[in-house]
Design a protein around this ligand. Structure first.
Ligand code: SAH
Length: 211
């Protein structure tokens, strides 16, 4: 799988692409990712990417030409293009799994007041990470990339994604404990120390449903 991200702040993705399991997977070639500076797709001396909205009003709008040029340059035959939008379809575990099945995702991060509406013709899906508004689409794009990467079997054992929060509808993961066995007078449930795996599985299932 390959993911290209278009943003005016590609530097935000540098530590993200270098850290944790995603960073390791990139290094090992299990997933290919690249952040592109939208300004490299401008043609003017000032590398302008935004302009005032027609009709007046506050804020700036990302211009269609650099966005379109980036899309034209980076898309392949099998590309699925996503625009991060506060009002888009909510990112869910089901959608993340669906995105992970594409060979190539091309993700656009908005900034300021958003993007020129005409760019929507190039986009396959507008995706939101929640019902709130951020300054830009970079953090939403990172959330999408991580949630999709977890569904790539070479990166994470499918056994993990099949047994966690949201695996079965609204169900939560079961309560987890690690050392020490007792903390502040609260002990780890004794069944987890019993070594009886049938009992442990039953306890986990019941408690995951209870939560
Ligand atoms: N005027 C816009 C908000 C622009 S915020 C509106 O009312 O919807 C600037 C950019 O941040 C957006 O273009 C989008 O790319 C990104 N963004 C902000 N909040 C987001 C969210 N919850 N999910 C996904 N992207 C978001």
């Amino acid at each position: 799988m390959r993911i290209d991200v278009v943003t005016i702040f590609p530097e935000l993705f540098e530590p993200f692409f270098e850290s944790g399991l995603l960073g390791k997977s990139i290094k090992e070639g299990k997933i290919e990712v690249q952040a592109h500076d939208l300004r490299t797709f401008t043609r003017d001396k000032h590398r302008q990417v935004d302009d005032y909205p027609f009709g007046g009003g506050r804020g700036m709008i990302l211009m269609i030409e650099p966005l379109y040029r980036a899309w034209e340059t980076l898309k392949q035959d099998n590309t699925f293009t996503i625009l991060m939008s506060a009002g888009g379809k909510l990112l869910t575990k089901t959608r993340a799994a669906r995105f992970s099945r594409h060979d190539h995702l091309l993700i656009f991060c908005g900034r300021y007041e958003g993007v020129d509406q005409r760019f929507l013709d190039c986009v396959d899906a507008e995706v939101s990470i929640g019902k709130y508004v951020l300054f830009g689409g970079e953090i939403p794009a990172m959330a999408l990339i991580e949630s999709a990467a977890r569904f790539i079997p070479e990166i994470l054992d499918p056994e993990v994604t099949a047994n966690e929060t949201y695996s079965k509808g609204p169900q939560r993961d079961f309560p987890q404990f690690t050392r020490p066995r007792e903390f502040g007078g609260i002990s780890v449930p004794s069944v987890l120390l019993s070594g009886n795996h049938a009992k442990i599985d039953k306890w986990r299932e019941e408690n995951s449903e209870r939560i």
